[in-house]
Design a protein around this ligand. Structure first.
Ligand code: ADP
Ligand code: MG
Length: 291
């Protein structure tokens, strides 16, 4: 590798806010044939907002107060959105006891003497909660690309909360550019299958890997590598860090968490998905000059 080619590549990147941490990162960029994108905060803005609240067998205001009490204790981005919504609706502020966070699933607590759980289907299954009463509404909301979160109160399903997170303006163009460069694109998310499929369809993403637990994201990257792929992983979250490390090239969104930025080989300071194909193109240009 000629130092001049590396310097040129690094400089080209820096001009666009694409920081290659070392020469190896530039070289790896040239060889990628699959890009795996995290959904929340990478393809989407990571600013979820509540759009729907469905209550069943319970007063809406009461449901919202119970859920908000649990979510006030959680650091999950969805939790913040639920709390904001509850506050905007003037929901009562209740105290949560025995809070517990279940990574990749949701959270639970005792509020007003009632056992409240908020999270995905896996959480409800683990708690033995039958979600049949809201299954249809949940599926309908998810099919629009919204994240549908379930609520259980004292072992009974009590509601569904839908949250929308806008897709970044340049996400579709980024995927088109990757395809034009002959690169396959996959989306990986902890969110439910129907939500993920809808967003993937909008963006013409080839493969969807949904309902992945945080601790399983790196293994999904290894599986692709074992199948002979050279993988770039693009992510923003604490959850994504092991997968960023496992990938042949880890790319962090600049607006992401410190751990993602520290783990990645490349950082996109502008948090623009279009900088993913640009980074890979710079890598290819650098490699050509090195030959
Ligand atoms: P993501 O990759 O979507 O950021 P996570 O692994 O953090 O996923 O969470 C997976 C799913 O678990 C979320 O899409 C949501 O349905 C559920 N979940 C996790 N934490 C919470 C919470 N505090 N409140 C509601 N739902 C949650
Ligand atoms: Mg994310």
């Amino acid at each position: 590798a000629t130092p001049t080619a590396i310097m040129v590549g690094t400089g080209l990147g820096a001009k666009r806010g694409i920081l290659f941490k070392n020469a190896t990162a530039l070289e790896a960029s040239a060889r990628i044939n699959v890009v795996v994108m995290d959904k929340t905060g990478t393809l989407t803005k990571g600013e979820p907002e509540v759009t729907d609240l469905i209550a069943t067998g319970i007063d809406r205001g009461h449901l919202l107060a119970l859920v908000a009490a649990v979510e006030r204790e959680s650091e999950h981005p969805l939790a913040g959105a639920v709390v904001n919504y509850a506050d905007s609706q003037g929901a009562a502020v209740l105290k949560a006891d025995e809070f517990n966070n279940v990574p990749g699933h949701g959270a639970g607590a005792v509020v007003d003497g009632r056992r409240v759980f908020v999270g995905n289907r896996k959480l409800m299954t683990a708690q033995g909660v039958d979600i049949a009463a809201v299954a249809e509404q949940r599926e309908q909301l998810a099919s629009t690309g919204r994240t549908a979160v379930l609520v259980a109160v004292d072992g009974q399903v009590a509601g569904v909360i839908a949250l929308a997170d806008a897709v970044r303006d340049t996400a579709a163009a980024a995927i088109t550019a990757l395809h034009e460069a002959g690169i396959e694109v996959a989306m990986m998310t902890g969110d439910n299958e129907a939500t993920a499929r809808r967003i993937a369809a909008l963006l013409h993403i080839d493969t969807v890997i949904a309902e992945v637990l945080p601790q399983d994201k790196a293994a999904k990257v290894s599986e692709l590598q074992a199948a002979g792929k050279r993988v770039a992983m693009v992510g923003d979250g604490v959850n994504d860090a092991p997968a960023l490390a496992q990938a042949d090239l880890g790319i962090a969104i600049g607006a992401g968490t410190d751990v993602a930025i520290e783990t990645a080989d490349v950082v996109l300071m502008r948090s623009d998905p279009l900088d993913v194909p640009v980074a890979l193109r710079i890598g290819k240009g650098t490699l050509r000059k090195m030959r």
